[in-house]
Design a protein around this ligand. Sequence first.
Ligand code: PLP
Length: 326
Amino acid sequence: MTAPDFADILAARRRIAAHVRRTPLERSAALSSRLGGEIHLKLEHRQVTGAFKLRGAANALLALPEARRRAGVTTASTGNHGRALAHAARAAGVPAVICLSRLAPANKVAGVEAMGAEARVIGESQDEAMIEAERLVAEEGMTLIPPFDHADVVAGQGTCGLEIVEDLPDVGTVLVPLSGGGLIAGVALAVKTARPRARVVGVSMTRGAAMAASLAAGHPVEVREEETLADSLGGGVGLDNRVTFAMVRDLVDEVVLLDEAEIAEGIRWAYAAEGEVIEGGAAVGIAALLAGKAAPRGPTVALLSGRNIDLGLHRRVICSDTPWEG
Ligand SMILES: *Cc1c(COP(=O)(O)O)cnc(C)c1O
């Protein structure tokens, strides 16, 4: 599979326009005065389904030829990608089976079903759920839509970057949450095509930063998965990564890693100073700025990628008056 180009992002925008929200970019008075720069927030957590993942899932699904769509789509994802694919499939009238392991919490299973997809609970681990998704592909002709390593998924996520450069043409720095790299690859391609001198900074958690370890090694490597507030940023990049590793290596200027207390500060700031409820994985841009780990050079954007946090956890984070130890 070849990497997408800028024209693919423009095509993605036309394809998904009726299915996704154009999310607001707002200047943060609080962060701007705290850091002495021009800081803006891309409020992508207000996207339909609560995260940017709908852009990529909808683009990959709508790019399929009619016959493949009729046979349905599948994925093995407990998180935002599963919700997004379930939603996109229902909107397009396409059957979808989201494979989840028996470890998936009941509310996630219910979440997928509420979006109108079949949740198939099978196996004792994410890997075993993936085997079922692969069986559906081999035996029932379904199409697997992966969460990040796919040209159409990356092009869909890139539409978020297009909106950023349209709303802030002289953007200097963009801070993007980084896991498998689908979001940052698309955003960097869009932003740097329009504005080659802009810097794109990826932000991950110290606990299990698979892309950072892969960049350091020069090829995709596995890291041990650990519990983190930024749970949406967990998981590997895939040892057979085909699209995002090379794009991130070639387009991203810098990767910053944060500890749990720093991520908690980002969640707290978003709530107390901006009035936004966001998940840990979405708070890392704000957190990197607050921790002084990323410099806001020129007009700066922190991309808030999702809002799907357990509300009990959110309450514990914002009410805790000691540094978060996780
Ligand atoms: C998936 C996800 C990310 C990371 O996106 P990648 O494309 O895997 O790098 C960041 N934030 C949220 C809320 C997500 O759901």
